[in-house]
Design a protein around this ligand. Structure first.
Ligand SMILES: Nc1ncnc2c1ncn2[C@@H]1O[C@H](COP(=O)(O)OP(=O)(O)O[C@H]2O[C@H](CO)[C@@H](O)[C@H](O)[C@H]2O)[C@@H](O)[C@H]1O
Length: 659
């Protein structure tokens, strides 16, 4: 099977490639018509068929040549006739920014997979249903999305298959939350094999025996697809020899892999082919898919949709949402590599990036580069970040990493949605990695976890001594330099400190040296270890996160769920999620879940940490209040997933940004 090949010249519309895709187009239209994966469910006597997202998406764009076009007007007309008011707020650029869907009382809109208004049953029909059943039905129906979509996540990592950080957590759990709400969800990521026991994680993924040829890097690359259906999600793994090597997804002990641009170019091309060629569960996802592309590694996807597929009539009704988890990494390589990416030459401008003079390395350096994340920003239909705070920060000179003006120019389609967490994996009442369990109602297991951690780390066993933790990449982003600078003063106090982190070797060495110097107070664990991260989260009293910038941050969410009080720098998602402690609020019972300090200085961090330590030691009931309020916060994906759905509605209301 061949992927569309882009050469210097754009082939005429009746080229072989085009014929192949036209066939796929027809095939998919047929498949969608037959399959009705707009599933039917019937509860409490009322019947609702979920509208096929594919049909809906096809109809929204309008003016397209697909067999599905023109349905939107019909649909809207019918909705109005049935008393449904669909009001769309739009900003000055004409982009949808708000939507109101008001059902008329007593009626249920039923639209079948062909876009037809199948039935309208009044609630009176439900005479045989008891009140209790009806209540139950309402709750269940609320938990499901009103409109469902075919969603394709593209990501370089997804837990539990591959993980170096928070991106994996999000791409391992948000798809499951969306699938549980009725969407059809595929996650496309590489099939990394590094020759260790970790490779077993892919054992349940079967070879789909579908091979696609991709034209890039001056030749033809063949990729294969493996598949596992788990928790209602299609986990698709792209297989290629370049994903089989020791190390993590991006590098090994010698540093970042030199061919990452090649590897993630393959991922993006393969991800664009997957919805067209993989008959998962018997049916392809089809051309009206919604791509959710995460960070620069997936950033070529919206560019490919616009430059490689749409000129040939393919993916005209697809949409893409770029999710920025970390703007600091943009996939920047020399300009000369553009020709390798499998894009038409005239699309160079989309990726073109010129470094300012001060950032150039020598007199002959012209500063010309290609920037994949920039390409995604200028071609994606909408852009999301993982907290509201960060969505604003990236439009500022301080937080925009050179892309702030570009991001500001797309402000009307830029939103922030705070990440949820996997509450099944991170649950102190059932966590498989900790020996003692507890909850907000019974905190007694918490101190047992602390003692167990002190024993495991060979620290003096002292339940009364405040235990401070840090978990994360040993990286400038995480403020690791500030921790290092402040550590001698932190350790002057009667506290214990434990760090778990991997990354910059100089910091791993520093942790070892600090451990030798402060045997009774400090432990540093260099490496990536999920069980230990759970035990530190459960066993510590305080979690320190002095991140320089933090798009969302997950560890503070895990900490709060485990009754571990976060002390964070007030930035991005940390500021959005950690509520400052105020002991005098609520008639003296206090409010807040931790401390968010600012500015990011040694004095400010140390001062705040000391207030937290003093509160732990001297104000037991205040401390318990802090713990309980954090533990009772709703960090489930459910509420974030509903917000994502709102953005899905918006993205299909607008025509594709690059048509
Ligand atoms: N040595 C170690 N051993 C075991 N586990 C370790 C570990 N180091 C880190 N982890 C784990 O990796 C994850 C890190 O998540 P974060 O959100 O804090 O940061 P990250 O910067 O990777 O993610 C980016 O993407 C996420 C997701 O959107 C954003 O929340 C974040 O702000 C952004 O920087 C957590 O699950 C943490 O427990």
């Amino acid at each position: 099977m061949e992927s569309l090949r882009i050469s210097g010249l754009i082939p005429p519309c009746n080229s072989i490639s085009n014929v192949r895709h036209s066939r796929i187009l027809l095939l998919n239209s047929k498949v969608i018509g037959q399959q009705g994966f707009a599933s039917l469910w019937r509860r409490g006597g009322s019947c609702r068929r979920r509208m096929s997202l594919s049909l809906r998406a096809g109809s929204v764009s309008g003016g397209n040549e697909s067999a599905l076009g023109g349905l939107q007007e019909e649909e809207d007309k019918k909705k109005k006739e049935k008393g449904l008011v669909l009001g769309t707020g739009r900003d000055v650029s004409g982009s949808a920014i708000g939507l109101h869907l008001i059902p008329s009382s007593g009626e249920t809109q039923v639209i079948d997979s062909s876009g037809e208004d199948a039935t309208t049953e009044t609630v009176e029909d439900a005479t045989t249903v008891t009140e209790e059943e009806a209540d139950d039905t309402d709750e269940k129906e609320e938990a499901l999305a009103k409109v469902t979509y075919n969603i394709v996540f593209v990501t370089s990592e997804a837990a539990p298959y591959s993980k170096t950080g928070g991106l994996a957590d999000v791409c391992g759990s948000l798809p499951i939350a969306l699938a549980a709400r009725g969407h059809r969800v595929m996650v496309v990521s590489p099939r990394y094999l590094n020759g260790t026991s970790l490779d077993k994680i892919y054992a349940s993924a079967v070879d789909l025996d579908t091979h696609v040829k991709i034209y890039c890097f001056g030749g033809e690359q063949e990729v294969a697809f493996f598949h596992q259906y788990r928790e209602r999600v299609d986990w698709v793994f792209v297989d290629h020899p370049s994903f089989h090597r020791p190390g993590n997804p991006y590098g090994d002990i010698y540093g970042a892999f030199g061919d990452n641009q090649f590897r993630f170019t393959l991922l993006c091309h393969a991800a664009c082919e997957a919805p067209l060629v993989l008959p998962l569960g018997g049916y392809t996802y089809g051309e009206n898919s919604l791509f959710i592309v995460n960070d620069w590694h997936a950033g070529l996807v919206p560019v490919l949709l616009a430059a490689k597929y749409r000129p040939y009539g393919v993916y005209k009704d697809a949409r893409s949402i770029l999710v920025i988890h970390n703007l600091a990494h943009q996939g920047v390589e020399p300009a000369a590599t553009y020709k390798n990416l499998g894009l038409p030459p005239q699309w160079y401008g989309a990726l073109e990036w010129i470094f300012p003079t001060w950032a150039r390395t020598h007199a002959l350096d012209t500063g010309e580069a290609v920037n994949i994340l920039k390409g995604a920003i200028v071609t994606a239909d909408r852009i999301l970040t993982v907290s509201q705070g960060y969505s604003w920060e990236i439009t500022t000179g301080e937080g925009g990493y050179g892309l702030h003006e570009l991001l500001s120019s797309r402000k009307s389609v830029l939103n922030g949605i705070t990440n949820g967490i996997d509450v099944a994996e991170w649950d102190p009442s059932s966590d498989e990695y900790i020996d003692f369990h507890y909850s907000a109602d019974d905190l007694s297991g918490k101190v047992k976890c602390k003692v167990a951690l002190q024993k495991e780390l060979d620290l003096p066993v002292r339940p009364d001594c405040p235990l401070i933790g840090f978990i994360g990449r040993l990286d400038y982003q995480k403020g690791i330099d500030l921790i290092r600078l402040t550590m001698p003063e932190i350790l002057q106090d009667d506290v214990q400190f434990v760090m778990l982190g991997s990354g910059d070797p100089q910091y791993e060495n520093w942790m070892k040296a600090t451990e030798s110097a402060y045997r009774n107070k400090f432990r540093g664990w260099g490496g990536f270890n999920v069980p230990i991260s759970h035990r530190i989260t459960a066993g510590c009293d305080i979690l320190l996160m002095p991140s320089r910038f933090e798009p969302c941050g997950l560890n503070q969410l895990y900490a709060m769920r485990y009754g571990t009080v976060p002390v964070v720098h007030a930035t991005g998602g940390l500021r959005d999620t950690v509520e400052n402690f105020n002991p005098y609020a609520q008639g003296g019972s206090g409010e807040g879940t931790g401390w968010a300090f600012s500015p990011l200085t040694k004095e400010s961090m140390l001062g705040t940490l000391r207030v937290a330590v003093q509160t732990f030691k001297e104000h037991k009931s205040s401390w318990e209040g802090l713990m309980k309020r954090g533990m009772q916060k709703d960090f489930t994906w459910e509420s974030s997933a509903v917000k994502y759905e709102q953005v899905f509605e918006w993205v299909f209301l607008d025509p594709p940004y690059i048509g």
